[in-house]
Design a protein around this ligand. Structure first.
Ligand code: SF4
Length: 494
């Protein structure tokens, strides 16, 4: 007998970690969610669109009262053959809503919709849990399927829903998982009973990051030293856990460990409170590769699960904005240009045209983490053959301002292994409010930039103007930051 009330998401959370399930019940205030708004928006939009995948459907409206949803489902089930979305069922305290249910004369087909472009193992658990409920209720299930985004799809004209989605039949996997689900529910009941009065003793482990980063990580690691092995930048989780299980979470215990140089350096700087490391010769060699006129370029992009425009793939990076600072000659004035696309209009042609107007051929262009800017420009060049020669020329001339920090020609303790511009800037300019992203009015990071841009459609002119202004000052700070970093590097080697 299942005494807990389980839904498919609660079941999946318990599958990842039973303590997570326990925390949800007893200490939900300890949750620190880092999920991005755009992932949520994309997921909702995909779910809504997918409802029409097989034609006309009857929708069960969401209600906090699950009984209402179930009663409505029972009524719709009588109309077979039909398609019901969010059809809701309960068996032995297990509840699920099926994204799309094909209710045929000879049985049912379950379709679980996901907004991602690949199939994760946890999706199999999610869909198999639905099979568990429906088959135990005595329904004949013909198939269980996962519906997910087809990344290869390219929009031309109206969305072709059958091409946008891929369907994977996972019926056999769902059948194989039935005993496991039954056992897991029993285990979970026992676990919750045994831990009714006290916090369960489950140690952190790979399950904390798989399949999702757990929202209780800060809570579960609260007693570890600060910083600890999990703060070592870019070290693989397997290595981090290896050291953790050896009892070497503390930086002091890692000093003599056989670790790659960059990890040891981070630990060494922290423990021994070292002063900044500055390799002037390498910084100078890097700076000597840059020449006037010099341009500082930064793009903002967004990604759509459902392509809005022609020639767009799901999840393709679509550039909608750039900021460009430039200095034409030594001692010359710092000038600025910028582009921000119109709300709801494909920005790519306009941005490509403006780029070739704003950046002459054969000039030195810098970007911070240039792989991103180069990728955006390559895609624009592929889309617009008439502009490709100039665009590719810009791309060829890009130099990466991140190099001195990535290669650690400059490193200090405060960077804590990071070479991100968002860490480098406050490290080099700790007390400059004009260079502090926290002081910006609307947009403070790339994620907020894309969310803000996508939110412009449907807003009043005044609201749009305020948000556009927020976007412009944010992106402008990104390239001003690059100018300041470049100047600081020059100052260092002088
Ligand atoms: S941080 Fe790890 S151990 Fe703690 S609840 Fe989350 S998954 Fe479980």
């Amino acid at each position: 007998m299942n005494e807990l009330f389980l839904s498919k998401s609660r079941y999946c959370r318990a599958k990842q970690c039973m303590k997570m399930f326990w925390m949800d019940q007893y200490m939900p205030d300890k949750k620190i969610s880092k999920a991005s708004e755009s992932v949520f928006i994309n997921g909702t939009m995909v779910g809504e669109l997918a409802k029409g995948l097989f034609g006309k459907y009857q929708d069960i409206e969401y209600s906090a009262n699950k009984k209402e949803m179930i009663e409505q489902t029972i009524k719709y089930l009588e109309n077979k053959p039909n398609i019901i979305t969010e059809a809701s069922f309960t068996y032995d305290n297990n509840f699920c809503s099926v994204d799309i249910l094909k209710n045929d004369i000879d049985g049912m087909e379950i379709y679980e919709v996901k907004s991602s472009s690949d199939v994760k193992d946890i999706y199999l658990d999610d869909a198999s849990y639905q099979y568990f409920i429906l088959s135990n209720l005595g329904f004949k299930i013909k198939s269980v399927n996962l519906v997910h985004i087809n990344k290869e799809y390219v929009r031309h004209g109206d969305i072709e829903i059958n091409k946008l989605f891929k369907i994977e039949n996972i019926t056999e996997i769902a059948k194989e998982k039935q005993t496991e689900i039954e056992e897991k529910i029993k285990e979970l009941n026992l676990f919750m009973k045994n831990n009714e009065k006290s916090e369960p003793k489950i140690d952190i482990g790979h399950h904390c990051q798989n399949p999702y980063n757990c929202d209780y990580w800060e809570y579960c690691t609260r007693n570890l030293p600060n910083p600890n092995v999990f703060d070592i930048a870019e070290m693989h989780w397997t290595k981090k856990y290896e050291k953790y299980y050896e009892g070497k979470a503390d930086y002091k215990d890692l000093l003599d460990e056989d670790l790659p140089e960059k990890y040891k350096e981070q630990v060494d700087f922290e423990v021994n409170n070292k002063s900044p490391k500055i390799d002037k010769k390498s910084i100078k060699e890097f700076l000597d590769e840059l020449s006037y006129p010099i341009y500082f370029l930064d793009f903002e992009t967004f990604q759509d699960a459902i392509p809005q425009f022609d020639n767009e793939n799901p999840y393709k990076q679509i550039p909608f904005q750039y900021s460009l600072h430039y200095i034409e000659k030594e001692g010359g004035e710092l000038k600025h240009k910028e582009f921000l696309g119109e709300a709801g209009k494909d920005p790519r042609r306009d941005i490509a045209e403006r780029l070739v107007k704003d950046i002459p051929k054969d000039v030195c262009v810098t970007a911070y983490n240039m792989g991103f800017e180069k990728g955006v420009i390559r895609e624009l060049a592929e889309m617009y053959p008439d502009l490709s020669e100039h665009l590719l020329n810009i791309r060829e001339n890009i130099k990466d301002l991140m190099v001195p920090f990535f290669r650690r020609y400059y490193y200090e303790k405060k960077l804590a292994g990071s070479y991100s511009i968002k860490d480098v800037l406050p490290t080099l300019f700790p007390d400059d409010p004009e260079l502090d992203y926290h002081n910006l009015p609307v947009v403070h990071n790339g994620g907020e930039a894309s969310e803000t841009y996508l939110s412009l459609v449907g807003k009043t002119k005044e609201e749009q103007e305020k948000l556009r202004q927020g976007l412009l000052v944010y992106c402008k700070l990104d390239t001003l930051a690059m100018v300041k970093i470049w100047e600081k590097l020059k100052e260092i080697v002088e």
